[in-house]
Design a protein around this ligand. Structure first.
Ligand code: SF4
Length: 315
């Protein structure tokens, strides 16, 4: 029999908690789901347990990358012996931080026609274009050592965030933000929505986003359908942050304690979008998280082609 199923993605943050409380007030029976990225602070895991005790059962899901890592091992084994020995030519790419407007006000849509004198060095500042340096191919011995290093370390750990980075050979970044899709969106769809859709059920996905958070969010509609066949509902769209905390107070539910400790947002600890001030608070209060990320950097470095990896590209 077809059922209407209301699903909520719980992050352990204030908005999704307020949303759950709002739904309970409305008498709506929600299915709360927590997608564990593996990069959450211990207090967030404890907070999820607290919510579960206070409000009801929470389903936990997490992404897995064992198959992708095995595929990458095959790729490294089969293709890298040739690939690593080939020269990679340099090329001009658009610098996303600089408008491609020339000094004379003319837009430079096409890359500069000349190559820099030294194509092996990065070159900046040509009407918003950057020269991505050429890379000389490795010698046979360098290629062999690289492949051995990567294969030795490229073994799934069971931690979704770390395994994702090992699969990709790099950390996500603000410009290559593959983490949200791989750690939240896709596991949610594959593990929660798809089986329900295939079972013939109608799903409403409750989302705790608010217009106050960003310009992009202020443009979102309260309700919309998705091509995948479920509906999205955003009842907190016009709520102010004070109303969110007031909802916690009204129901005697504590917000995640991380808010009182200088964290502007609750999610990954740290998130690739974390700014310097919040990072300072993380380092001051939770040096063990910084140490963990340093350990992860060593592991991802081992499985990267060029033996380098950094959680924050530029701060
Ligand atoms: S964007 Fe930030 S919070 Fe979201 S998955 Fe990536 S690191 Fe985690």
């Amino acid at each position: 029999m077809q059922k209407l199923i209301n699903v909520i993605s719980l992050s352990g943050g204030k908005d999704s908690t307020a949303l759950w409380l709002y739904a309970l007030e409305q008498g709506v029976d929600l299915m709360p789901v927590f997608a564990d990225t593996g990069n959450e602070h211990e207090k967030t895991y404890e907070y999820i347990e607290y919510l579960e005790k206070e409000l009801g059962p929470i389903r936990r899901i997490k992404a897995g990358f064992t198959e992708q890592i095995e595929n990458r091992r095959q790729y490294v084994t089969n293709y890298w012996p040739d690939k690593l020995r080939k020269d990679i030519p340099g090329k001009w790419v658009i610098d996303p931080g600089v408008p491609t407007e020339g000094l004379d006000g003319v837009l430079l849509d096409d890359p500069p026609e000349v190559e820099p004198n030294d194509p092996l060095k990065e070159y900046k500042g040509v009407y918003g274009w950057i020269w991505r340096p050429a890379i000389n191919g490795m010698s046979n011995q360098e290629a062999e050592e690289t492949i051995n290093r990567v294969l030795e370390a490229l073994i799934p750990t069971g931690n979704p965030f770390l395994d994702l980075c090992m699969w990709k050979g790099r950390f996500p970044s603000t410009k290559a933000r593959f983490c949200t899709v791989e750690l939240k969106v896709r596991p949610f769809f594959d593990q929660v929505y798809l089986p329900l859709i295939e079972g013939g059920h109608h799903i409403i996905s409750w989302q705790g986003v608010r217009a106050q958070e960003s310009y992009a969010r202020s443009k979102l509609p309260e309700r919309e359908g998705t091509p995948e066949g479920y509906e999205i509902y955003r009842p907190l769209l016009n709520w102010k942050v004070e109303e969110v905390f007031a909802m916690h107070d009204k129901h005697g539910i504590e917000p995640n304690p991380l808010y009182k400790e200088g964290m502007g947002r609750v999610g990954c600890m740290p998130c690739i979008n974390t700014g310097k001030a919040e990072l300072f608070e993380i380092a001051r209060r939770y040096p063990e998280e910084v140490a963990r990320i340093a350990r992860w950097e060593e592991i991802v470095k081992q499985v990267s082609k060029r033996n380098g990896a950094s959680f924050f590209a530029n701060l």
